[in-house]
Design a protein around this ligand. Sequence first.
Ligand SMILES: C[S@@+](CC[C@H](N)C(=O)[O-])C[C@H]1O[C@@H](n2cnc3c(N)ncnc32)[C@H](O)[C@@H]1O
Length: 323
Amino acid sequence: MSQAQLALPGVVTETQAEWVWSEDSAEEMDVPDFVHETVMRAEVVAALAPAAGLYVDATVGGGGHTEAILEASPDAKVIAFDRDDQALDAARARLARFGDRVRLVKTPFGRVGDALSELGVENVAGLCADLGVSSPQLDDAARGMSFRREGPIDMRMDPSDGETALELIARLTDEDLANVIFEYGDERRSRRIARSVKRALSDNQLHTTLDLRRAIVRAVGPVRVGGVDPATRTFQALRIAVNAELDELSSLLGSLPEVLAPGGVAAILSFHSLEDRLVKRAFQQREQWEPLTKKPLVATEEESTGNPRARSAKLRAARRLEP
Ligand SMILES: C[S@@+](CC[C@H](N)C(=O)[O-])C[C@H]1O[C@@H](n2cnc3c(N)ncnc32)[C@H](O)[C@@H]1O
């Protein structure tokens, strides 16, 4: 089936929406709020220039970019992926007004090619990805991604799948753990930190995110370097490893030439240099891509002031050439 023929089932009927957006109704229903401020919304839409056709949002999160695509063209449809049920529930509630123009799929985006084939979709007119974690994932102590909140050392974007950060720490040798912290966190003091974390584990002192931060501080001291907490880099590294974030991104980038119709556009927002390097390299394949951004676009000063997360965002976009 081609993208133009695809009929999308309604979003609300798939499962019951549990999360809501309005604070009033959240209070009434005693459900958590899901608030994630969409980064570079206008720039992503400008790159995709939505028209009649089918688009993919590889990281629906709270639904901000999908909503922007659907608003930009009344004839656009979106298949939106996420691996986090809470994000999908939030997006389902937010996007319900678009009816069958949007379909939500729980799948890691590294599988986007297979997932589209399973849905009978040959290719799409555009794809966006807003990498990393959402604010609610960071803010919910139970997800274990923040060193500021006490929670289990989990860090999985999909809590129903795979190894937790604590299980990863237990499985890796000191040396392998140090390598993860060095490579994914760009942390010079990785060996000291790895030893201290493993010691805390063997002393039965590693149960929560605050225990993990304490073990890091024991290794490197409490001083904030450049305003950054000493645990920042190690937490980032463990999260990237637990969720295989770079492997996922590589698979997504590898499948783009098949997923996109000729002339289709990919717009990818990354938040650290490891991600951006992979995106830059993929779009440098000039026989496949016409870059739409010479240098990565960054958020306006106004957006960065209002949303600190936007400060590290880099947007690269490219058009798929005829094979
Ligand atoms: C920054 S948020 C997206 C926010 C969204 N653009 C918005 O404006 O509301 C990133 C989302 O991507 C999801 N995600 C990250 N890696 C993923 C992967 N490999 N597969 C599917 N979803 C992923 C996360 O669960 C999270 O919900």
